[in-house]
Design a protein around this ligand. Structure first.
Ligand SMILES: [Zn+2]
Length: 857
């Protein structure tokens, strides 16, 4: 696992795998045999391929001249390879390598692993990035595409799902062998197998493609939303790419224990249950939007990722950035009323926050080890990448962008490609020099801060822009800030008369002046129109004042952007806490729920990080002020929606509750939440679903042992995955010390599947009564806990630790992970330590200003 990812030689190349496995999820091990057809173009006597944690049997090989003696087979655990040395050179043409083997059904959510649901056991695969080698010996690099014929022997009662349709099933007593059709050309990481007692939904067709949802027994009736979202996405994607869905069927499988959100295995996409199964009447709109987005994301990969695959893991970002952007595009088209692009702003804000650190990384990073590939599944790869794709699409125009994407997909279908191939296709489709503009965004870390001034001078109105690199820390020296990007700057020009004007200027220099017209003709400008660009505009205070007076003239996305940019400015020492809070006051009657939600992060940040520096009573006084401001509009709306109340109003109520209840903890709201909880537990329709998450959590914060027990019971009996996770994660919100301990102990038991351990600990670290015991627990129980922290989730655990705040904890965290290194969270650890410092600095700097500001209220 720690070994360098040695690249395999280009030759020989696998053409076809015949994989036979015998899998019984009731057992701890499985057996297999793989026969690999190799294309031999030059005589060789040595073959190196991947295998890890597998016990290899008697290897044999034959070429066109017959059997070839195998001299030696050497497994190199460090490199995860198998070296086969032959008695004579293989003849050019096709050879067949045969490897019998056996291996464990793993318990760490990778390779072929065990997933439990109650008493039932399942075997499922998760092979990205480099774990196909834990399932079968193979050339486990994305550029070695081949065809696969898979056959599986298992107990008769089990369902077996893989990438291709079933060709035939042979029964033999209590066992059966399921043979699948041959797949299209695929990279090894896209192979899938799920074995166990599963139920299928009805089949829904999208054109020629049959779509089904698979789930464990007892979850019937929760598939309709996913079926609809998949069918709606698939037809739109076919239109976008101008190519039909590339595989013969589409199975969507809810796996009861799953590390990531979902995995785009060709034709057999696997999901966490909570992202595939739901009761649309009880799910919140946010949950449905997230499910639709994840489904569209995975299906976009069927073309962008599966049909055309990155040549190496360093271009992983291209897969993920594109699929993330595409999902928002597709779901917006399906449900325009969902305002998906406003949700995108939340992800973009999180990416800004990470990318403002000194320990960020460029979207493009070289990858040498499997752990580095895993580490790159982060906000920079997905959210910043998608924001850069969107900036590019808006700069080129959607039609030219789509022409370029189609050209790229057609040219490389069933093959591999690099980012440069996409830039070339976009160049040709648009007639612009795309690479020169996009490469600095991809290859350079960080993003620009754009200082914006608007002045009337010599009879003309002028916009003055100055760019530098943004850093969250005010202490970074000026010379490190001297960087330039080619920025497509979108400007909203608010004119004195007539409608607003939108302009785009490609700004390449450090300082730029833009003529806006005769003096007096422009009231103000906003320099990231529609938030199309991945940069942070900081408007001069007079300009900000004029703009703030007409904030409703900005589009909702721009209002969200402005809030985020001002919060970033405060952290970076470029804005005052009072100005941010004045802006919050101006937004108190904000009609758009998503804009209110953009306040949750900054206001929670002030409460957690700044207020403890604002005197002994700081946090309490801040919460009281906030509760008064945002509690009033919440009280006006009341708890119960009117009949046929539109979604927009329901979401606004939920957003106000997150602020006035979740952050401000207004006492009357906490009391009312407990009453609402009682009614909700008796009757799920007694509460608007959009409020359920907040109510369950708020009631936990003031809950006792009896309530904890009821949550546990409700979690076990939950009818939907959303309800199960809602009550499970709320166990981390109880403040009674004995209950914090119980929640911690629970994380080591089967009551909490491996996939949910890190999110539960994250919840406990957010809980101010539980965070110190949680850190204590992590340190003292690490031997038991660490097997339940899979590689892809380790960075999330580390990222939650700065909530501990304070120098003592910073040094403890650094020391602990020096002694217990987490290879997939090495960068996350540096980022976490940096956040400890930034938070301390912000508290020192802005705390007294907040105290003063609150006193002047
Ligand atoms: Zn993806």
């Amino acid at each position: 696992m720690l070994g360098r990812m040695r690249r395999l030689a280009d030759h020989p190349r696998p053409i076809r795998y015949r994989l036979e496995v015998d899998v019984d999820p009731e057992r701890d091990r499985f057996r297999g045999e793989v026969r690999i057809e190799l294309e031999i173009s030059a005589p060789i006597r040595r073959i190196v391929l991947h295998a890890a944690d597998l016990e290899i049997g008697a290897v044999s090989i034959r070429d066109s001249d017959g059997p070839v003696a195998v001299r030696r087979v050497t497994a190199r655990a460090k490199h995860e390879t198998l070296e086969i040395v032959l008695g004579r050179a293989l003849a050019p043409g096709v050879s067949e390598l045969r490897i019998p083997y056996e291996g464990p059904i793993r318990t760490d959510l990778r390779g072929l692993y065990l997933a439990r649901s109650g008493e039932r056991r399942y075997a499922a695969t998760q092979l990205e990035a480099a774990d196909a080698r834990r399932f079968f010996p193979c050339f486990d690099e994305p550029a070695f595409k081949a065809r696969f014929q898979i056959s599986v022997t298992t107990r008769d009662r089990n369902s077996v799902i893989s990438n291709a349709p079933i060709r035939r099933t042979r029964r033999n007593g209590r066992k059966k062998t399921v043979e699948f059709e041959e797949t299209a050309q695929l990279s090894t990481y896209l192979i899938a197998l799920v074995v166990g007692e599963l139920r299928a939904s009805r089949t829904r067709r999208s054109g020629e493609t049959p779509i089904r949802v698979w789930h464990v027994p007892g979850k019937e009736g929760l598939s309709n939303f996913a079926l609809e979202a998949a069918a709606e996405s698939l037809s739109r994607l076919e239109r976008y790419f101008g190519l039909p869905y590339p595989y013969r069927k589409l199975d969507l499988i809810a796996v009861p224990d799953f590390e990531f959100g979902a995995m785009e295995n060709a034709g057999a996409v696997t999901f966490r249950e909570s992202l595939l199964l739901c009761n649309p009447k009880q799910a919140t709109l946010a949950e449905k939007k997230r499910m639709a987005e994840v489904i569209a994301h995975e299906l976009a990969h069927m073309w962008f990722g599966d049909l055309v695959t990155m040549a190496w893991w360093d271009d992983l970002w291209l897969n993920e950035a594109f699929a993330t952007w595409m999902a928002f595009t597709i779901v917006s088209d399906w449900k325009p009323e969902w305002n998906m692009w406003l949700d995108f702003e939340h992800g973009r804000a999180a990416a800004f926050s990470l990318d403002g650190l000194q320990n960020t990384h460029p979207i493009y990073t070289s990858v040498e080890t499997p752990d580095q590939a895993t580490e790159n599944f982060d906000l920079i790869t997905y959210e910043k990448g998608a924001a850069v794709v969107r900036m590019l699409e808006r700069w080129l125009g959607p039609a030219a962008f789509r022409r370029g994407v189609r050209r790229y997909i057609r040219r490389h279908r069933e093959g591999n490609a690099r980012a440069a191939d996409l830039w070339r296709a976009l160049d040709q489709a648009s007639g612009r020099r795309v690479a020169a503009v996009v490469r600095p965004w991809i290859e350079r870390e960080g993003f620009p801060l754009l200082a914006v001034e608007q002045t009337d001078r010599a009879g003309r109105s002028e916009l003055r822009l100055r760019q530098e690199r943004f850093f969250s820390s005010p202490r970074v020296p000026d010379e490190r800030r001297r960087q330039r990007w080619p920025i497509p700057v979108g400007v909203r020009v608010r004119r004195s008369r007539g409608r607003d004007r939108l302009e785009t200027h490609l700004v390449t220099r450090t300082r730029t002046r833009i003529d806006l017209g005769p003096a007096g003709s422009v009231r103000w400008c906003y320099a990231n129109a529609l938030e199309s660009g991945f940069y942070c505009p900081v408007h001069a205070s007079d300009l900000l004042g004029r703009l703030g007076g007409e904030i409703d003239r900005l589009q909702p996305a721009e209002r969200m952007g402005l809030i985020g940019h001002q919060w970033a400015g405060l952290r970076a020492g470029r804005a005052e806490v009072g100005d941010l809070l004045e802006l919050a006051v101006a937004c108190q009657h904000e009609p758009q729920a998503e804009v209110l939600d953009a306040w949750v992060g900054p206001l929670a940040g002030i409460e957690e990080t700044v207020a403890p520096g604002a005197g002994a009573e700081g946090p309490e006084r801040f919460r009281a002020w906030l509760g008064e401001r945002f509690g009033a509009p919440f009280a006006e709306l009341g708890w119960r929606p009117a009949r046929r109340e539109p979604d927009a109003l329901r979401l606004r109520r939920a957003a106000l509750l997150r602020i006035a209840g979740g952050i401000a903890e207004q006492p009357e709201i906490l009391d009312a939440a407990c009453e609402q909880l009682e009614r909700y537990l008796l009757d799920r329709s007694a509460l608007d679903a959009n409020l359920a998450g907040s109510v369950v959590e708020l009631a936990a914060r003031v809950g006792d042992k009896a309530r904890f027990d009821r949550y546990l019971e409700t979690m076990h009996e939950a009818a939907t995955p959303q309800e199960r996770t809602r009550f499970l994660f709320a166990l981390g919100a109880f403040r009674d010390p004995a209950l914090c301990t119980r929640a911690l102990e629970l994380s080591l038991t089967d009551a909490v599947p491996t996939q949910d351990v890190v999110p539960l600990l994250g919840k406990l670290l957010q809980n101010r009564a539980a965070r110190e015991p949680t850190w204590e627990f992590i340190q003292t129980r690490w031997p038991e806990l660490s097997p339940r922290v899979p590689g892809g989730l380790a960075s999330r655990l580390v990222a939650a630790l700065p909530a501990l705040a304070g120098r003592r904890y910073r040094s403890e965290v650094a020391a602990f992970f020096r002694a217990h290194p987490l290879p997939t969270a090495a960068r996350a650890l540096k980022q976490a330590l940096e956040r400890f410092d930034l938070d301390a600095e912000l508290r020192r700097r802005a705390g007294p200003a907040l105290e003063h500001w609150l006193a002047s209220r």
